[in-house]
Design a protein around this ligand. Structure first.
Ligand SMILES: [Zn+2]
Length: 290
């Protein structure tokens, strides 16, 4: 029953709902430490209870996906060190999306590690300007700007020490929202890994006649097509709730033999749920504007 309930959760990233406006724009309930753990192969979880950060460990240094809040960076660093790795070995910093709960810590990670910051076209200027220019949160939410060392485009790869990550441009939630894929060796199986960037529609975002983002309807539609086309064994995302992290982690910690994060069905259901919310909002808006 519990599983079904969590499955019903709408995968919206309430990245910056108005309740967060106070409190230094940080939702402290999302920034609690989590004991870090290995997910599969060389992929480790180093994020918070609600903000997913992943570490890809290679012999030539490590890749970090998502810095989260500035206030999350000390937690991420502690997690990396707890696993026995050096934070200073972070060579690349990647992002799922240019919202503050995923990217506000970029400047600090770059400062502490010297990592090169790689960001998808469309999100690059938002991260470089600390949130300025975002089609939804400009003027409401800002953070410390971070230099972008390389602007990525759809299909670009990031390779280090035998690990290759592919950047898929999956816009809508943000203009440069990025879904990352890679493969990982787990025992005798080679797994396709998908880390969803974000598919939710934030409160206050209009789809129809959005002057700040005229292509948003088509972008979301294309994103759902792209996601459906990605082969997925290991299902991950920018928020743990996308992929039922807490329940799966509990199963992992209970010693379940099959890796609980291998969940192709959960991935396809996630896309279905997300697309359904999008289509519902779209039809409501179309009806209202008729
Ligand atoms: Zn977001």
């Amino acid at each position: 029953m519990k599983v079904q309930l969590t499955r019903l959760l709408v995968p919206v990233c309430f990245c910056a709902a108005s309740v967060l406006a106070q409190n230094n724009q940080v939702n402290r309930a999302w920034n609690k430490p989590v004991e870090p753990y290995r997910i599969a192969g060389n992929i480790y979880y180093v994020g918070t209870n609600y903000l997913a950060s992943f570490l890809f460990v290679t012999p030539e240094g490590n890749i970090l996906l998502n810095s989260d809040y500035e206030e999350s960076v000390p937690l991420i660093r502690a997690s990396v060190e707890k696993l026995g790795f050096r934070f200073a070995d972070t060579k690349f910093l990647l992002s799922s999306q240019a919202h503050n709960d995923h990217s506000a810590g970029n400047f600090l990670v770059r400062e502490l590690t010297g990592a090169r910051v790689l960001v998808m076209q469309g999100d690059d200027d938002i991260i470089a300007n600390g949130g300025k220019g975002d089609f939804r949160f400009d003027g409401e939410i800002s953070w410390k700007p971070c230099k972008v060392d390389r602007v990525l485009h759809d299909g670009d790869t990031v390779a280090l020490g035998g690990t290759t990550l592919v950047a898929h441009h999956t816009p809508g939630h943000t203009k440069g929202c990025t879904t990352w894929t890679t493969t990982v060796q787990e025992g005798d199986r080679k797994l396709n890994v998908v880390i969803v960037g974000g598919t939710g529609i934030n409160p206050g975002v209009r789809l129809v006649r959005n002057a700040k983002y005229p292509g948003i309807v088509e972008d979301y539609a294309r994103t759902f097509r792209i996601l459906r086309g990605l082969p997925c064994d290991l299902f991950l995302g920018a928020h743990g709730v996308y992929y039922d992290m807490d329940a799966k982690l509990a199963r992992l910690r209970a010693g379940e033999k099959a890796n609980p994060f291998i969940d192709e069905r959960g991935y396809l259901e996630f896309i279905d749920r997300s697309e359904r919310s999008y289509l519902e909002q779209l039809s409501k808006e179309k009806y209202a504007t008729r």
